[in-house]
Write a protein of this length. Structure first.
Length: 99
């Protein structure tokens, strides 16, 4: 059954979870979704003017049932890390004063 679900079925309802003017940004998000096991299609927004008027750039579509998880992953990836990796106190050690 996993082979059958590799790409969305054309009869399934697909929803937009991401759009960007930058193809490289859309490719990164698609990779994130792929690595989480969420099947997605990356399409040019100009090809979908009828469904999403005024949209250019690239869009990512996923199955309706995967949309919530996909949006959550995208939102998590955009959050700042909270500074866990870079602590200002450790990066600026006090140096002895020069006299």
């Amino acid at each position: 059954m996993t082979e059958e679900r590799r790409r969305p079925d054309p009869d399934e309802k697909l929803v937009k979870v991401f759009d960007s003017e930058e193809e490289s940004e859309a490719m990164v998000v698609k990779g994130l979704l792929d690595s989480a096991g969420i099947d997605s299609d990356l399409m040019s927004g100009s090809l979908l003017q009828e469904a999403f008027p005024g949209l250019g750039g690239m869009i990512i579509l996923v199955r309706e049932e995967d949309a919530g998880k996909a949006r959550e992953l995208i939102a998590e990836s955009r959050r700042p890390s909270g500074g866990d990796d870079l602590e200002d106190d450790d990066s600026t050690e006090e140096m002895p004063a020069k006299e």
